[in-house]
Design a protein around this ligand. Structure first.
Ligand code: SF4
Ligand code: MG
Length: 319
């Protein structure tokens, strides 16, 4: 992704304020083939919007999405179908995304028909192969979404994302609505499927402890901008951006006797209708300096793989 932005025109009925919401602002992000890139941040920071922009479920306002040397945003809608097949999404709430009046068989078979698999035996084979991968049975195919538990429904949501054999899946908070005991099952399923089918994931979550187990790298987002990106271990062991530090300290320690320096984020994030100038985090940052409200921090490479947007740091070293 290069300098991807999405602005929404929004009319806020409570304040009568009209404006442009800068949901995603100048995001530069590489997603490497075969990896899981975790994308974390508070709700409303633009994570889901970014995920949907990549799939062109919503059209970005500006920027480029480069996939196999093509800028996807330059491909006309009509010619985009083959790319749709390659890029899928798993939603947080599978129930809301599954048509309650259709059987699971219909729900899973429909994308195959849309994408031109006309032979019914081919469709049956693909269907059988896919339900087997996610742990559903033949009987399940004749049932309806409301007959399943949350975890089972998410298996259906995953099956629907997989049925076209995609390369890339945006997982948008896929376990956030599930019981903790079920979360691990679904995460493990996603990990197994990734290896088996050589999938690339963008894994969106507000919860760092969820992305930790599945991500190779983590990007932290605040109010529409990426603030830090690094390999997962590096984010946990050497977080640099004050916002990342704050997110990490909000995770309960596995051993409560081990006191961490807790940094509590005060207040809600500012409105994206009117984001703070300079570094967008400066209104909540304990380390803010004069320059922070004046100048947008540039991307600094601390190592080749660890990048941070904060005035405290310079390239390849610290302040
Ligand atoms: Fe804090 Fe300034 Fe860094 Fe922003 S740029 S995170 S306000 S120190
Ligand atoms: Mg969201």
């Amino acid at each position: 992704l290069q300098q991807l932005s999405k602005q929404f025109y929004l009319y806020d009925q409570t304040t009568n304020e009209k404006g442009v919401v800068d949901a995603v602002n100048d995001v530069d992000l590489d997603i490497l083939s075969g990896e899981t890139l975790g994308l974390v941040g508070e709700s409303g920071c633009g994570k889901s919007t970014l995920g949907r922009c990549i799939l062109r479920l919503i059209e970005p306002t500006a920027g480029k999405i480069i996939y196999e040397d093509q800028n996807l945003l330059e491909i006309p809608e009509k010619a985009f179908k083959p790319y749709r097949k390659k890029m899928q999404i798993v939603f947080q709430d599978p129930f809301a995304s599954l048509n309650p009046r259709k059987s699971i068989r219909f729900i899973l078979e429909e994308p195959l028909i849309i994408h031109g698999m006309s032979n019914s035996q081919d469709r049956k084979n693909r269907l059988d192969e896919t339900i087997d991968k996610v742990g559903l049975t033949q009987d399940d195919l004749n049932r309806y979404p409301h007959e399943f538990s949350g975890g089972q429904r998410q298996r259906i949501g995953i099956a629907r994302a997989l049925i076209l054999k995609p390369d890339f899946i945006v997982c948008d908070e896929p376990v956030s609505a599930l019981d903790v005991s079920i979360q691990a099952q679904i995460l493990n399923l996603l990990i197994d499927l990734q290896q088996e089918m050589r999938l690339t994931y963008l894994f969106i979550s507000h919860d760092l402890s969820v992305v930790k187990h599945i991500s190779n790298r983590i990007a932290v987002m605040y109010l529409g901008r990426i603030v830090e990106i690094a390999p997962t271990e590096e984010i946990f062991e050497n977080p640099l951006h004050p916002y990342t530090t704050a997110l990490l300290s909000s995770i309960p320690a596995p051993d409560p006797t081990m006191k961490k320096d807790r940094l509590i984020l005060e207040g809600d994030p500012p409105s994206p209708l009117n984001p703070p100038t300079g570094c967008r985090f400066h209104t909540r940052c304990p380390q803010q300096m004069d320059i922070c409200s004046k100048k947008v921090p540039e991307r600094k490479a601390i190592t080749s793989e660890h990048h941070v947007y904060c005035h405290l740091y310079n390239d390849l070293g610290n302040s």
